[in-house]
Structure formats: structure tokens, C-alpha cells
Design a protein around this ligand. Sequence first.
Ligand code: SIN
Length: 181
Amino acid sequence: MTTTASDEAIWLFGYGSLIYKVDFPYLERRRARLRGWARRFWQGSHDHRGTPEAPGRVVTLVADPDAVCIGMAYRVTPAVFAHLDHREKNGYARIAADFRFDDDSEVRGLVYVAAPGNEAYLGPADEAAIARHIAGARGPSGENRDYLLALAAALRELGSDDAHVFGIERALHRIGDDATV
Ligand code: SIN
């Protein structure tokens, strides 16, 4: 029997920048939902949206039995993980997860999660504090606020009603409004 790269393809669930910054080849992509995990701006970023001295804030997943995280799943060949592991190297590890597509079919795939205790982990803060932090951070990949705004726009397009992300986005806009009065 011969195998092809596509036979070995793996589904990857993206819930943060992997939704809107697709700088990797994929065979197929589908909206998906991951039960039992909540998206949270609790991970520090030393290499993309901040620096080791002044980290930015980006999303990770936090276990929550009541949560459903909407994201985008990509079917990729194993070779793609060389690039993605480098891109997600600041505290994220790939873990296996089962997620569902809109037609309710389920697949086992992978997801990058930055667990508490990793070198860049920041943990919880209230929405206003997270927004202030994001408003002041930038790194080699650009302004931290652009990460938040691009993610919020992508989630709106996916039809995800993510109270945490949209609450921080509103708080960021309030900071902008206050600064102009
Ligand atoms: C992801 O998007 O799935 C991981 C977190 C990120 O790169 O923003």
C-alpha cells in the first residue's frame, strides 16, 4: 500500500492568531468547536506581540467544563508543524483534542495550548486591565492591539459570541475614546 502526504494529514484546531493569520499551507479548513475549553488572554507574548522585558498578552485555552470554543480547523500535512512549532514556541505545546464541525462530525486532532506555569504565562486579570496591557504592548509581529482586533473581527465572521474577547475589545475602545477627550 502506498501512502501520500494527504493520508497522513492531521486536523489542527486554531482559536487565536491561527484563525486569521494563515501563513501555512492546508488541505482543507472548516469551522469547528471545541468543548470543555475557554479562550483567555492569559498568555504572555515575548516574541510576537511583546518582548521578554515587556510581554504582550495573547490567547491560550483554559479548561472549563461549561465552555465551548469556536475556532477554525485546518487539515495539514505533518511537515507544516515545523513552521507552526516555531511560530507557537513561546510556551505553547501541542495536545490531542476532539472537536466537532458544523455537521456534528467529530475528529481527533491537535491544538496548541499554553498551560499555566510556562515561562511566559501571565494568568487572569480583569478585562480593563488586560485591555490596558494590550494597548501598551508591541513586539516583532506588531501592535498587541492589532492581534486583539483581528481576532475579534475573525470571531465575528465565524459567528462566535465570545464574551471575554469582545469585553476586552470594548475596554480597548474605551481607552482610545478616553485618550481623545
Ligand atoms: C491558536 O491560534 O490556535 C494559538 C494561539 C495563537 O497563536 O494566537
